[in-house]
Ligand binder design. Structure first.
Ligand code: 0WD
Ligand code: CA
Length: 418
């Protein structure tokens, strides 16, 4: 899809155009910075230290990524899985929920049930990529048979495996001014696995959350409960328990330039209409946000919130968001449907606003950078990529360390024939 959400099916010549443009950029200005690996060799005054193997850093400056939109294939759902009320994994869609249109004047109280009908997931348990890895093992023969047909090199037939949420962070990096990130990368059987590591700053923020902030985190889940039914014919049950252990996750496959991606993301609900399209186009993302009362608030909504919302849903090909706007007491004052394909139009009057192409180009270059740096294929080796606002992306290498995140059951499961 392009930034307007249209399906992009570039002819071979389209590919060539993209490549030519990517080659013609300024990433190689700093000799220690990464130059895209697919750049053709050209007469270049850069010293040897600029060779790919010694690249140490990747710039996140927006201007470097203002290039044509990279090819991003329409994401295809290759499976899904569910996590139940006790966070147990199931290789099926049992946790899918169905969207129920809200009334035009909703009377949703997002504070209801916070004290007495809320079971919160224990987020001190770091799950890393475990659920996705479980899904891969459960679908191993299906995945591998597709590879045999395509005869590509990684055993799994994909270059990158990760959570959608990690890719969202990469997409928004050129515009992020507050929170840095740490991403652990391991190359195993030709596929790169990317798993987030909590930063010190994020750990402190979580620890120091105010009671008000903790309650507000519940509001998003409560909003979901007002709009979701458990089956095709049921109604939402606002009197029930909100349990954040429960999740339905889609697994999609797509391609960003020459990176074949397999990632999973949590999906709130799906359209249940008789004419609803196939997944992921039938999915609907639910969001809450503070009511917009002033032009300044509208501008901030466009500049900051819509960037995150766009990135998160564009990646898996979820076409729309239903947003609930709430007052400071947690009462929903209105809802609005936002088409992902319309977001670039919504923001076009904002001065110096974010650009989808910058997000996608940065993500693409980051993946190329990682592939250039990570050469050793071993579950025992982790390259830890680190980024702080206003800095370059850098990395450190760790062998047999506590950063290792591919569990033995996965490594062994992938090695065994079936
Ligand atoms: O290990 C980690 N560092 C992470 C684990 C980081 C990000 C997510 N996860 C887990 C989540 O618990 C969830 O099961 O992965 C799953 C979702 O992955 P995702 O879809 O890639 O994550 P993201 O796009 O960041 O979030 C999607 C939804 C959120 O919806 P909103 O509308 O708030 O963006 O997943 C939920 C949340 O509903 N979610 C979480 N739920 C409980 N605890 C969490 C969390 N830490 N993060 C996201
Ligand atoms: Ca949501």
């Amino acid at each position: 899809m392009d930034q307007h959400g249209r399906k992009v099916n570039p002819p071979p010549s389209g590919y060539k155009n993209h490549r030519r443009n990517m080659d013609n950029d300024t990433l190689s200005v700093n000799p220690k910075r990464f130059r895209p690996s697919h750049s053709p060799h050209r007469a270049d005054p850069a010293p040897l230290s600029s060779s790919a193997s010694s690249c140490r850093a990747l710039s996140t400056r927006r201007q470097l990524y203002e290039k044509p939109f990279p090819v991003y294939k329409q994401p295809v759902e290759v499976g899904s899985f569910s996590l139940d009320s006790e966070r147990r994994f199931f290789n099926d869609a049992r946790q899918i929920r169905y969207f129920v249109e809200p009334p035009s004047r909703p009377d949703f109280n997002l504070r209801d049930g916070y004290k007495d009908r809320f079971v919160k997931r224990d987020d001190s348990i770091k799950e890393k990529l475990d659920h996705i890895l479980r899904w891969i093992l459960a679908n191993k023969s299906k995945l591998e048979s597709r590879v045999a047909a395509a005869s590509s090199s990684p055993a799994l037939g994909v270059d990158v495996v990760t959570w959608r949420g990690h890719l969202t962070k990469l997409l928004t990096t050129p515009y992020e001014t507050r929170e840095g990130w740490l991403l652990a990368a391991t190359l195993f059987r030709g596929t790169l696995y990317l798993s987030e590591v909590e930063t010190e700053a994020s750990r402190r923020d979580t620890e120091n959350r105010t009671e008000r902030h903790q309650e507000m985190m519940y509001w998003g889940y409560k909003f979901e409960q007002y709009l979701c039914a458990e089956d095709m014919k049921a109604s939402p049950d606002p009197g029930g328990v909100v349990n954040t252990n429960e999740a339905f996750c889609t697994v999609v496959q797509t391609k960003l330039a020459d990176h074949k991606l397999l990632f999973s993301g949590e999906v709130d609900c799906r359209d249940r209409g008789p004419k609803s399209p196939a997944a992921p186009a039938c999915y609907i993302e639910l969001k809450t946000s503070a009511e917009i009362c002033t032009p300044k608030q509208r501008s901030n909504f466009h500049r900051f919130k819509l960037l995150k919302w766009w990135a998160q849903s564009f990646l898996p090909g979820v076409p729309r968001i239903v947003a609930g706007f709430r007052d400071p007491d947690g009462l929903v004052v209105g809802t609005e449907t936002i088409q992902i394909s319309q977001i670039s139009h919504l923001i076009k009057n904002e001065y110096n606003c974010w650009k989808p192409t910058v997000c996608m180009n940065f993500c693409c270059e980051f993946l190329s950078f990682v592939r250039t740096v990570v050469r050793e294929d071993s579950p025992r080796v982790v390259h830890l990529f680190s980024w702080d606002p206003h800095q370059d992306v850098t990395y450190t290498v760790h062998r047999d360390s506590s950063y290792c995140f591919l569990p033995p059951w996965y490594v062994e499961g992938m090695a065994s024939p079936h």
